[in-house]
Write a protein that binds this ligand. Structure first.
Ligand code: 4AD
Ligand code: MG
Length: 442
């Protein structure tokens, strides 16, 4: 690994400083905060991996350098050379005894994000700077850990990563949330709502696959749980039935939660996440109930007026999620409210072999999945019933013409999962640059 060096020293990440106690190191970052007291400056320096208190003692540095530090403003960029000292009271357990400060840039005085509270609209307009705040950076580091856990999990289980197209000729998840794009010669294309259909084709080529990429939904409602652009990871496996899909979903989510608990303690603490509420989800089994059982539970627990056959709204998901200390999987849904590609339950054709995973603590649905319709005739009927343009789906029907097998998979929403793990109310803080009904800036 090549690291940047300066003055003959290689740069050390703040998060690795505890491994260098007693050594002189180079830290490169930005000033988060500063206090001065007579012969001392206390610089709080962040480098993206953490924050370290750096103590500049007048006696330890040259006079001009000590004076120069007085010019420093929040977000000024600097290089610090100093000795790492263990200090139990310091965040991260270490402090720097500064030997040299090199100022790269003194930031303008009027950094828009102060220490006081700001409203969400203001902060979203400053997202390019807001990302530097401790909480936002902690969420982004957890996002990275979740992505690593996702890729590692599938790699270990012999799922191949395939990439599906963003421009697609037709809908996957209903026509009401499609984003249309002009695509040469008056042809219409749509931004993908889900990579699933291409995942199915790839699973017939490679056995077990996952698609992981951005997906788009023209959601016209302003809610805490909807973005117009979000990331979805979608495993798809040949020879899987609904039970296999549910087992995979449970193993997958418990692994992700386990990895975050293991590797992101400091970030979860920064977010003041009550990890005792998360710990049960790091282990299976997750409770499973049919849609019918879920409706009976709602009827008996404060939602007596819920109409059988409807999709669950946020209050219903919250009630179901609150019933357990870990995510719950609801399976076998009324076919009318589910997508065209779901296989019907052979023991009751009114039901679709779909599954939703609902997170605990009111975070709602994080996974939607199903066993797929693998019979050519049945799928042709569904496409007609849903009034989908048959010619756009010929290739999808081919998968049922040439070596059709039972198969299934699911889609996990990355930002929904992250919001739950981080204990953050709103999805907009769970993606670097959120896209919503009224926001595409910055
Ligand atoms: O339940 P959905 O619509 O399922 C599918 O798209 C399937 N084709 C997936 C598959 O079987 N391969 O979406 C899956 C997940 C949801 O459970 C939710 O976590 C997330 O994607 N999601 C959204 N996240 C943020 N903003 C939105 N507008 C979302 N819509 C769905
Ligand atoms: Mg869904």
């Amino acid at each position: 690994m090549t690291e940047q060096s300066y003055d003959g020293l290689k740069a050390t990440s703040v998060r690795h400083l505890p491994d260098h106690v007693g050594e002189t190191v180079l830290v490169q970052g930005w000033l988060y905060n500063m206090r001065s007291k007579g012969k001392l400056h206390f610089l709080l320096v962040r480098d993206g991996t953490g924050i370290v208190q750096s103590v500049v003692l007048r006696a330890n540095v040259d006079e001009a350098m000590f004076e120069d530090c007085k010019r420093l403003t929040q977000e000024s960029s600097l290089r610090i050379i100093g000795r790492v000292k263990a200090d139990e009271r310091a965040p991260g357990g270490v402090e720097l005894e500064v030997e040299k400060v090199a100022i790269l840039h003194v930031a303008a005085q009027d950094y828009p994000i102060g220490k006081k509270e700001h409203g969400p609209d203001f902060l979203l307009g400053q997202r390019h700077l807001w990302l530097r705040s401790r909480k936002q950076a902690a969420i982004m580091r957890i996002r990275d850990e979740v992505i690593r856990a996702i890729r590692g999990f599938f790699h270990e289980r012999d799922f191949f990563c395939v990439d599906s197209p963003i421009f697609t000729p037709a809908a996957c998840e209903g026509t009401t949330t499609l984003f249309g794009v002009d695509y040469f010669d008056e042809q219409k294309a749509y931004l993908t709502q889900s990579g699933q259909l291409y995942g199915e084709a790839s699973a017939m080529a490679l056995g077990k696959v996952y698609v992981f990429g951005p997906t788009f939904r023209a959601e016209k409602s302003k809610t805490r749980r909807h973005l117009t652009e979000f990331w979805m990871v979608e495993p798809e496996a040949a020879f899987y039935d609904l039970d296999d899909v549910m087992q995979l979903a449970e193993d997958f989510v418990s692994r992700i939660v386990g990895r975050v608990l293991e590797n992101c303690r400091a970030e979860l603490a920064e977010l003041e996440r009550d990890t005792s509420k998360l710990e049960p989800a790091a282990k299976g089994p997750y409770p499973r109930m049919t849609y019918d059982e879920a409706v009976a539970y709602l009827h008996a627990n404060g939602h007596a007026d819920f109409p059988y056959g409807d999709d669950f709204g946020a209050p219903h998901e919250t009630a179901l999620g609150a019933a357990f200390d870990r995510p719950v999987m609801v399976h076998r849904w009324p076919a009318e409210i589910k997508a065209f590609y779901m296989k019907r339950d052979p023991s009751n054709p009114k039901l679709a072999l779909g599954v939703d995973m609902i997170a605990s603590e009111g975070y709602g649905e994080i996974i939607g999945g199903a066993q797929r319709e693998d019979d050519l005739g049945a799928l042709e009927e569904r496409i007609a019933e849903h009034e989908l343009p048959r010619e756009s789906f010929e290739w999808f029907l081919d998968l049922r013409r040439f070596g059709s097998v039972p198969h299934g998979g699911f889609g996990l929403g990355l930002e929904r999962t992250l919001a739950w793990i981080c204990g953050v109310d709103h999805l907009r803080e769970c993606i670097p640059f959120p896209r919503m009904l009224h926001r595409i800036y910055p």
